[in-house]
Design a protein around this ligand. Structure first.
Ligand SMILES: Cc1ncc(COP(=O)(O)O)c(C=O)c1O
Length: 459
């Protein structure tokens, strides 16, 4: 650990978990450099934020210019030129033309909370339905809506009331076989949703259904088109609003600007953050003006909401998408990644046998390990109390098994690559920068394979 890292470990709040003790000093494209000069291949994009790579030259230049022009154009004081320009550009790319009114904020959680305020104001109803496995943030309001892991809310009750959970079509959560037909899982989930509306939260009390079109922290599981269509029809039937939380899945991550576009389903409210400004704090809620107009002037806003430097960066992000054909690279690299993972799975190797499921869209790729190949905990390192090295244990038929994903992450770290696991299940998530080159991705795949082989060789 470097001296800076030791200082950080001693003085930064313990509640901030961390996968490594690296001190990140510089970033360029798909690489980060540490304070000790190590180059790290970044397959996390800072958790899906620097979609266009670290310190993209066009975005850096736009922000630098704005810093010398105007930093703080407060939203409750007046309009900001950078915001107006950004709204014009954003409206060119919304998944449905009906979405024509924008509200900026700083973080994803704030935007989610703003969408709840909007849904409540627009419908005059209180309750919100979330998906099992959802992640919407860790603030006081969003913590109640996050259902991916108990760690985010344990000990912090009372939580915001009025939140109801409905099943999401993901075999591990439904407790069905991985090869269960999608349409069967979809009809099961829609049946449960209808029951929820009949038994627990009446439509007349229900303001919105919110979901991530690709379940993120819940395991990188794309919502099937039929499920999204079913949600739309339930919402239409009961005048409930459909909110798409695209904080992680938006901005080209899945090969389209918005993940919900893969289904053609229209959301009433769209939430974005993360990739929106490629690392500058900025989030956004987009909806119909008729809904937004239900909120009284002054009921929304915040000191830093829609900061001018962040908006300048966000303008450069859209320019880059439009001028550099980013989505073409996503399509090519996505194919490269899926081809590699499928080949590894089908190779007949020991490592391949542990791969149960490869899923995702674009460069939002999840890989789930199979549990029945797992060795018993006696042959695996004991779970450490240090959260950076924690091995999650799950139980199959009374035997405790250590998950492979956190171990693979640690092996990748030893080989100077940053990779994340996700969910309570045994899942790796690949979120490389959308600008990653063919050679860089080939290198990442090689490191992943070596890391997985190192882990399974111990089993
Ligand atoms: C889908 C989704 N919604 C909301 C959030 C919360 O965003 P933030 O961490 O910016 O508050 C996240 C963060 O990972 C997310 O993935």
């Amino acid at each position: 650990m470097s001296e800076a890292a030791s200082f950080g470990a001693a003085h930064i709040a313990r509640g901030i978990g961390r996968m490594s003790t690296h001190v990140l000093a510089k970033g360029q494209g798909s690489y980060l450099t540490t304070d000790t000069g190590k180059h790290l291949l970044d397959l996390t994009s800072g958790i899906g934020v620097v979609n266009l790579g670290h310190c993209h030259p066009r975005i850096t230049a736009a922000a630098q210019e704005q810093v010398g022009t105007l930093v703080h154009a407060q939203v409750n004081i007046g309009f900001s030129l950078q915001q107006i320009e950004l709204i014009k550009k954003v409206l060119r790319h919304v998944p449905d033309r009906s979405l024509d009114s924008v509200l900026f904020w700083n973080s994803g959680s704030e935007a989610v909370e703003a969408s709840v305020k909007l849904a409540r104001a627009a419908t005059g109803r209180q309750n919100i339905i979330v998906m099992q496995g959802s992640y919407h943030g860790r603030t006081m309001g969003t913590m109640a809506m996050t259902k991916s892991k108990t760690i985010y809310s344990t000990g912090f009750a009372p939580l915001m009331p009025g939140v109801f959970v409905t099943p999401f079509p993901y075999y591990s959560q439904l407790g069905v076989a991985p090869n269960t037909p999608t349409d069967k899982m979809v009809s099961l989930c829609l049946h449960q949703l209808r029951l929820l509306l009949a038994q627990q939260t009446a439509p007349s009390d229900t303001a919105a259904i919110i979901l991530e079109p690709v379940l993120g922290e819940g395991g990188y599981v794309p919502a099937p088109k039929a499920f999204l269509e079913g949600l739309r029809s339930v919402c239409d039937q009961h005048n409930i609003l459909l909110i798409a939380d695209e904080v992680q899945s938006g901005y080209g991550r899945t090969g389209k600007m918005w993940a919900i576009e893969h289904s053609g389903v229209r959301p009433d409210i769209l939430i974005s953050a993360k990739g929106l400004a490629n690392g500058f704090p900025l989030s956004m809620v987009v909806s119909r003006k008729e809904l937004m107009d239900k909120q009284g002037p002054g009921s929304m806003g915040g000191t830093y909401a829609g900061n001018a430097v962040s908006c300048a960066a966000a303008n450069a992000v859209i320019d880059t998408f439009e001028q550099d054909k980013i989505l073409d690279n996503v399509a090519a690299r996505s194919k490269q990644m899926f081809d590699f993972l499928h080949q590894l799975q089908q190779s007949g190797s020991k490592a391949g046998k542990y791969i149960q499921d490869i899923r995702g869209l674009g460069l939002m790729v999840g890989l789930q390990f199979s549990q029945d190949q797992g060795a018993s905990s006696s042959s695996l390192p004991a779970a450490s109390s240090d959260s950076t090295a924690a091995l999650y244990l799950f139980e199959v038929d009374g035997t405790k098994h250590a998950q492979l994903a956190p171990q693979v992450v640690q092996e990748c770290l030893k080989r100077d690559m940053l990779l994340l696991s996700t969910s309570t299940q045994d899942v790796i998530r690949f979120i490389p920068p959308l600008t990653i080159t063919e050679e860089e991705l080939a290198q990442a795949c090689k490191i992943f394979k070596e890391s997985l082989e190192a882990v399974v060789s111990r089993l």
